[in-house]
Design a protein. Structure first.
Length: 193
């Protein structure tokens, strides 16, 4: 296990936002699996493009293969880091990452897996307030959201070592909870600034 904490949850639950904030405030480093899989896609000679476009243009199976490759590379990099150079690492996954048994095993090698538990209605509003996620059926987005939420919510809970609720909480409270989880798991991290 490295000095990492892994954030899982629905798309738009706040994984990337809280991850970046925590890494910055605790003097750590942040990685977003969407960005890492975009880099893997581009390293194969493809044009650099955002994760949602990769999913839309190449499909879920290709996206899942890229995601696993990016995660394997991240785990390898974390394992090879010099012991003296280690500092808190925060990884924000995609919404699908912990749904794969292979990916979940890789995530557990990094550190505690923390579910960012954002209220269903907040996630729904975020999904529908801009560009629909590529995996949502544009013909019936509400039914698609309802189905995905019903399928994934119990899987996220089962995959998580710990759950951090965001409802009616300030960002500082959420960050303090994630940091406390990391410390209980033995992750070395300085107190947020």
């Amino acid at each position: 296990m490295s000095d990492a904490v892994v954030l899982i949850g629905f798309k738009s639950s706040g994984k990337s936002t809280y991850g970046a904030m925590l890494a910055k405030s605790a003097g750590g480093r942040f990685a977003d699996l969407d960005r890492l899989l975009e880099q893997v896609h581009a390293s194969d000679g493809a044009t650099m493009c955002p994760a949602h476009q990769i999913f839309r243009d190449f499909g879920s199976a290709y996206f899942a293969r890229l995601e696993e490759r990016a995660l394997v590379e991240y785990v390898r990099m974390a394992a090879n880091e010099a012991p003296g150079a280690k500092r808190l690492a925060v990884l924000a996954t995609t919404g699908a990452t912990p749904l794969s048994a292979v990916n979940l095993a890789l995530l557990r090698r990094l550190g505690p897996v923390v579910l960012i538990d954002t209220p269903r209605e907040v996630i729904r509003q975020r999904w529908f307030s801009g560009r629909l996620p590529a995996f949502v059926d544009p013909g019936d987005p509400q039914a698609s959201f309802d189905r995905l939420y019903a399928e994934r919510a119990p899987l996220y809970s089962a995959a998580a070592d710990e759950v951090v609720a965001t409802a009616n909480r300030r960002d500082e409270e959420v960050l303090a909870d994630i940091l406390a989880i990391a410390r209980r798991a033995g992750v070395k991290a300085q107190a947020p600034e």
